[in-house]
Design a binder for this molecule. Structure first.
Ligand SMILES: [Zn+2]
Length: 323
């Protein structure tokens, strides 16, 4: 059997043909590790589904205006397992894309609106109590939203769980809040006050760690235009968006321990990762993105004549290889 040779130099692997697509190798490698852990923790169903995830990727080949080669994902099959690193990554990209799509509309309707980035935490808990802890945090969040002082017109709230070195779970909320311009003029809520409010809503006797940041959005100049690409969004806002709409559990924590992963999977089963409220509900749906290829965002049509490139996942080399 002859091994196909790279046609020119290094163009054998996806990451060589298109360095921008290197994350595929990174996330697919992690998926392979999560698959192994599910196998070890006796969850063969999840392992099997992840093994079949994004095994082949079909890209349409394009030349950019500058004459560079660009690959546009056209077809792939995803396993949709909640903690599959590939699907998790795709989902966060799709969420981001959805948000970028509605941002110009939100800016148009609320031209003086400001963004805040709020992080709400509680003490670490045994992983076995994570589900109950999240339910309790959500109740506290509802109380917070109903407080007269709560300033947001709309919010996006996501759940992140990190693993402490001793295997405890540290759940926290990341929230992006849209507040009216008067919020800063009237006297904003200080970090100390946010902490007090959260403590009150949790009804605990310790002081939880709360962080509040104003997100400077200097992309205002482009308001009224269609903000569609990441490059046109202010870096501060982009960072807060990425932080809010990322994975719920970071890959390193997923692959730390098979028993932890199995219990985490049980605890988070069918819990909501992202919640949207207030006026932002009019623009964004809470539903998990269905389409993990292009978020249903209108793009230049791919024509049948566009050349296609197919890459297969190499479980040994841990890279996508040109077929
Ligand atoms: Zn997957």
């Amino acid at each position: 059997m002859t091994t196909p040779q790279p046609s020119g130099g290094d163009s054998f692997y996806l990451s060589d043909v298109s360095p921008a697509d290197k994350p595929w190798d990174v996330h697919r490698t992690l998926a392979q590790e999560v698959e192994r852990l599910y196998q070890l923790s006796n969850e063969p169903r999840y392992a099997g589904r992840i093994a079949a995830c994004s095994k082949e990727l079909c890209f349409a080949l394009r030349a950019s205006d500058e004459g560079e080669i660009k690959l546009k994902l056209q077809d792939a099959r995803f396993c949709r397992v909640r903690h599959c690193p590939v699907c998790q990554w795709r989902r966060s990209l799709m969420w981001r894309a959805k948000f970028f799509q509605v941002l110009p509309k939100v800016s148009e309707v609320y031209p003086t609106g400001q963004w805040l980035f709020l992080t709400l935490t509680v003490r670490t808990c045994p992983l076995e109590d994570l589900r109950d802890t999240l339910a309790w945090m959500n109740t506290a969040w509802k109380r917070l939203v109903q407080r007269k002082e709560f300033p947001a017109l709309g919010f996006i709230k996501s759940v992140e769980v990190t693993r402490s070195h001793d295997g405890l779970a540290h759940p926290h909320f990341h929230c992006l809040l849209l507040v009216p311009v008067g919020y800063f003029k009237r006297g904003y809520i200080s970090q100390a006050r946010w902490t007090e409010l959260w403590k009150d809503c949790l009804r605990v006797d310790y002081t939880p760690i709360v962080d509040i940041k104003r997100v400077k959005d200097r992309s205002k100049a482009s308001k009224g235009h269609s903000v569609a690409s990441e490059g046109e969004i202010d870096k501060g806002l982009l960072k807060a968006i990425c932080e809010t709409l990322k994975y719920s559990v970071k890959p390193d924590d997923l692959i730390a321990d098979p028993d932890w992963l199995a219990e985490l999977t049980k605890q988070l089963h069918k819990t909501r990762a992202i919640a949207i409220g207030g006026v932002l509900k009019e623009y964004l749906s809470e539903e998990e993105p269905e389409d993990l290829i292009n978020a249903g965002i209108e793009d230049e049509e791919i024509s049948e004549d566009d050349p296609k490139l197919i890459f297969d996942w190499g479980t040994i080399v841990r890279r996508y290889k040109k077929r």
